[in-house]
Design a protein around this ligand. Structure first.
Ligand SMILES: [Zn+2]
Length: 520
């Protein structure tokens, strides 16, 4: 028997070598991706390699399917590893984000985040599949005993792996189809929340204590405060805000965002949801828009982010609480720079009624070059990513000025409050830019938080004093807005350093995070 096995090996040397080569080349990308931070998964991949080699002995077709599957998942996993840093917790939410997004948003992503590294990976994958093609077409084997042994051993290892690892549920790359099927985005949250809000009584509150006629909350996007002149950046990116600050008319706060993902951050900022309680608190609370409505404000949700992308989403759920909701775009691909909102705002009916606005900008979301117009530009010919990004900050400053001018000119005798914040920050460097890294960087949480009030308001002064004691976590922004507006007496300031990355289960201590190293 031993002799026969030896003989079979000798006869099929070329087939064996080629199948080993294909298997090893196939496992390398995923092994590299997991090696640095997940040793257990690395061991799992070695077992997978062993199974691949066994399968090649008894069934060529099965081997081919196995290799093709592994190579397709190589592209997904390596892409995430190269652009975002890899760990197991990472892949589910990323697939969920893309599965929940309509096609154009996915295309936008591809356009922004596919670069030469992905092209190299494609070439590599093509080469491995070419070797596989060679093996299938040009190499036959004459295994008999080895074929039988391969089958027995292969089946035993697969059964053991299945039993111990439950790979379709937990282990990359076998859990990817499952993740795709179960990725429902936020539609379940949306449904439960809609039901809960419908069950609430419309309890209008007496509104004797509200201080303002107009409350304007401007929700920025992907703004890293270290790129704003009012936060000591050395480029003059915020001329309008800086002039208010110089006249002592602007409160500039130090704050961190609760998370680095839009779809979690917007709900946390504007409902009772917070870092340690997302789903339950989000489902079971009105947003500030709903709260102000109960205080007899007419409420608006005006957005330059895509309606289609937010359909059934956590954000759509909040927008629909408003008396008037207006989405400027259907999708990200057609999103124009934020000035499109100005013509909508400028055509609003002037009203003496109390009103509350939530204006959701596209702000500094990638692609940066598509977020500003050439009329309002700091660097005429941006020569790097940072200059391009600074143009978006500069342009947003112009948008803020325009919104400010509209309200102060249209309602000269009314009491007006402006608040500007961002959902999260942004990593801005030549090599990498974006948000949603895991592990994350401080750059993704350092956001602006500024307030302007055209009346004296001791509650803002009090908050400002509190802010000198410690940086605010914007997880309780909703309380602070209602407090300074006078509709609530509880400011519930959060000084917590807990934030999460990508999804609620990845809570990290902000203080322990590094800044992104631009020299890398
Ligand atoms: Zn965002």
């Amino acid at each position: 028997m031993r002799y026969k096995i030896k003989n079979e090996i000798k006869e099929n040397k070329q087939y064996l070598y080629l199948s080993y080569l294909i298997s090893i080349l196939t496992i390398i990308p995923q092994a590299i991706a997991s090696e640095s931070n997940d040793f257990e998964h690395f061991i799992f991949l070695l077992i997978v390699l062993f199974v691949m080699i066994l399968v090649s002995k008894f069934n060529k077709l099965l081997f081919a399917l196995f290799i093709i599957y592994m190579n397709v998942t190589n592209i997904i996993i390596s892409h995430i590893y190269m652009h975002w840093g890899y760990c197991d917790a990472d892949i589910g939410p990323r697939i969920e984000v893309s599965a929940a997004s309509p096609l154009y948003e996915t295309l936008e992503y591809l356009k922004t985040y596919i670069d030469y590294r992905d092209i190299l990976l494609f070439v590599y994958t093509f080469f491995v599949l070419f070797l596989l093609y060679k093996l299938l077409v040009h190499y036959k084997h004459s295994f008999k005993i080895i074929r039988f042994l391969g089958f027995i051993l292969g089946a035993a290892v697969i059964a053991a792996v299945y039993y111990y690892y439950d790979p379709f549920e937990y282990e990359e790359p076998f859990n990817i189809p499952n993740k795709c099927i179960t990725a429902e985005g936020h539609s379940q949250l949306y449904n439960e929340r809609t039901k809960y809000l419908a069950s609430l009584q419309q309890e209008f509150k007496q509104n004797d204590h509200s201080l303002y006629d107009k409350i304007v909350v401007i929700q920025g996007e992907s703004v890293n405060k270290h790129h704003m002149a009012i936060y000591n950046y050395d480029e003059n990116t915020t001329p309008f805000l800086s002039s208010l600050k110089d006249q002592n008319k602007l409160y500039v706060f130090n704050a961190i965002a609760p998370t680095n993902q839009t779809r979690y951050s917007i709900p946390i900022l504007h409902t009772k949801a917070n870092v340690h309680n997302f789903s339950d608190a989000f489902i079971h609370s009105r947003s500030i828009v709903g709260d102000f409505k109960m205080h007899r404000y007419k409420t608006y949700w005006i957005s330059n982010q895509g309606e289609a992308g937010e359909h059934d989403s956590s954000i759509a759920s909040m927008a629909q609480e408003a008396d008037v909701y207006h989405f400027e775009n259907l999708d990200f691909m057609t999103a124009q720079p934020d000035e499109v909102l100005l013509s909508y705002i400028n055509h609003l009916q002037n009203s003496s009624q109390k009103e509350m606005y939530l204006i959701h900008l596209m702000g500094s979301h990638a692609d940066y070059e598509r977020r500003y117009s050439y009329k309002q530009i700091l660097f005429k010919e941006p020569s790097n990513v940072a200059e391009d990004y600074d143009n978006t900050i500069f342009y947003t400053d112009y948008i803020l000025k325009s919104i400010f001018t509209y309200f102060t000119k249209s309602f000269p005798s009314q009491k007006i409050l402006f608040i500007y914040i961002s959902d999260h920050g942004e990593v801005v460097s030549e090599k990498e830019h974006g948000h949603g890294y895991l592990p994350p960087f401080k750059d993704e949480y350092d956001v602006p938080f500024v307030i302007y009030s055209n009346i004296k308001n001791s509650r803002i002064d009090e908050l400002y004093k509190n802010n000198k004691q410690g940086v605010f976590n914007l997880e309780n922004l909703n309380y602070m807005i209602e407090y300074i507006s006078g509709v609530s007496d509880e400011n519930n300031i959060s000084y917590s350093k807990d934030v999460f990355a990508l999804e609620p289960k990845n809570i990290v201590d902000y203080n322990k995070l590094p800044f992104y190293d631009k020299k890398l």
